[in-house]
Design a protein around this ligand. Structure first.
Ligand code: PMP
Length: 390
């Protein structure tokens, strides 16, 4: 039987970028000792107090269908948090709760792109972006950010692709590069979005992990609240990746339409999980800082270790839970480097190519194992690279 072009086309008929990760998981499943520095998942688990809140909520009866756009108290809490952090007045009707930031990315593209519309995104990019855009029946159009610009996107480069496009997806703090977009970059992007009448989809799931500079939400820039959809999530800020709670913040009309999409797809997010998210958010910044602290510390350690060699050039990570390394002195692609590193050293990292052409010749190292193991792995990655580079 024929399957739809839409579902067959999601991966763009190329590799989906998860090859090394899946191979490492298979090796680990068969009992091999593999140091996994691939996906962005904390080495701590969700805080037990959050799980207690989830348990209490379930026992108290939050096990039925929850309101489709999200539990009102959670929407209110997120709206208050965003108002406090950005100064832009945000209310419950500006917030739609989704199954993680990922479902928010899909819902946002569904909301603003018609089938066949061009949807711009910045390359290097989080692995799922092109597939998410294709799943929404739009056409992904990468715009390259350059290493020599610190991977800050240039509005002129975006402008070259912007005519007739429906949307632009950006991500700050950035996965995989660690770039935190400066006010100048964001102002340029905001001007361009207004000039070209683009929707801006702003993925801010790493907003609590900023090591240098400050996070600026482009929704707070003049004239942007009416054309920006912000993607947020509990995954990275509260180590709740498996709970699948995220949100989209945007104009009321868009949020109301997203309820129609959710009615046709998920029919809402489990109420007891949303209550746990509410509990977690009410713990305030102290808990967010506790979850971010290991990455802040390890990123500093990694930068120090990497400063002592010149085979692998690190991209200075200003935020998020990764360090990206340029491996081109070895003459290998990021893919070949990562595959050989897995086979020869039993260390799994993501090839830069998994994040687009602009990240080719790089690898991304997730700072997601305890400090000693990370230092040991970095030492071995450097040794491995030196062995090849000669
Ligand atoms: N955006 C970015 C940039 C990410 O790195 C991730 C997860 N790695 C997501 C969105 C999706 O995260 P979640 O669905 O768990 O919120």
């Amino acid at each position: 039987m024929k399957l739809s072009d839409r579902i067959i086309g999601i991966t763009g008929n190329g590799p989906d970028g998860w090859g090394v990760f899946l191979r490492a998981r298979q090796m680990a499943d068969t009992g091999e000792q593999v140091t996994e520095l691939t996906i962005g998942e904390h080495d701590i688990r969700t805080d037990p107090t959050i799980l207690d809140a989830m348990h209490r909520a379930a026992l108290s009866g939050q096990t039925g269908y929850a309101a489709v756009p999200g539990v009102a108290a959670l929407r209110d809490c997120i709206a208050e948090r965003i108002t406090a952090r950005t100064g832009i007045r945000t209310g419950r009707d500006n917030v739609h709760i989704t199954a993680g930031g990922q479902a928010g990315l899909f819902a946002s593209h569904c909301a603003v792109c018609d089938p066949g519309d061009r949807a711009l995104f910045i390359d290097p990019h989080y692995t799922t972006y092109p597939g998410t855009i294709r799943a929404a029946s739009a056409v992904p159009v990468p715009v390259r950010a350059r290493a020599r610009d610190g991977f800050q996107p240039r509005p002129e480069a975006i402008a070259e692709q912007a005519a007739g496009a429906a949307s632009l997806l950006i991500n700050t703090p950035n996965n995989p590069t660690g770039a935190v977009y400066g006010t100048e970059t964001l102002t340029g992007i905001a001007d361009l979005c207004r000039e070209q009448d683009l929707w801006l989809i702003s993925d801010e799931v790493y907003d609590t992990q900023v090591w240098e500079g400050a996070h600026v939400s482009p929704r707070s820039l003049p004239g942007m609240a009416g054309r920006t959809l912000v993607i947020g999530s509990m995954s990275k800020s509260h180590a709740m990746t498996g709970s699948r709670v995220g949100w989209v913040v945007g104009p009321e009309e868009v949020i109301a339409r997203m309820t129609d999409l959710a009615t046709a797809t998920t029919y809402g997010i489990p109420g007891f999980v949303q209550d746990a998210a509410l509990f977690a958010l009410r713990q305030g910044e102290a808990l967010e800082e506790r979850v971010a602290a290991p990455f802040r510390r390890r990123r500093a350690k990694a930068m120090k270790i990497l400063a002592g060699q010149n085979t692998l050039a690190p991209v200075p990570a200003q935020g998020a839970m990764y360090v990206m390394l340029d491996v081109r002195t070895t003459g290998l692609s990021g893919d070949d480097f990562a595959n050989r590193l897995l086979d020869e050293e039993r260390i799994a990292v993501m090839p830069g190519e998994s994040f687009g052409r602009a990240a080719a010749g790089h690898i991304r190292v997730a700072l997601t194992v305890e400090d000693g193991a990370l230092e040991d792995a970095l030492g071995r990655i450097i040794g491995f690279a030196r062995g090849i580079a000669g």
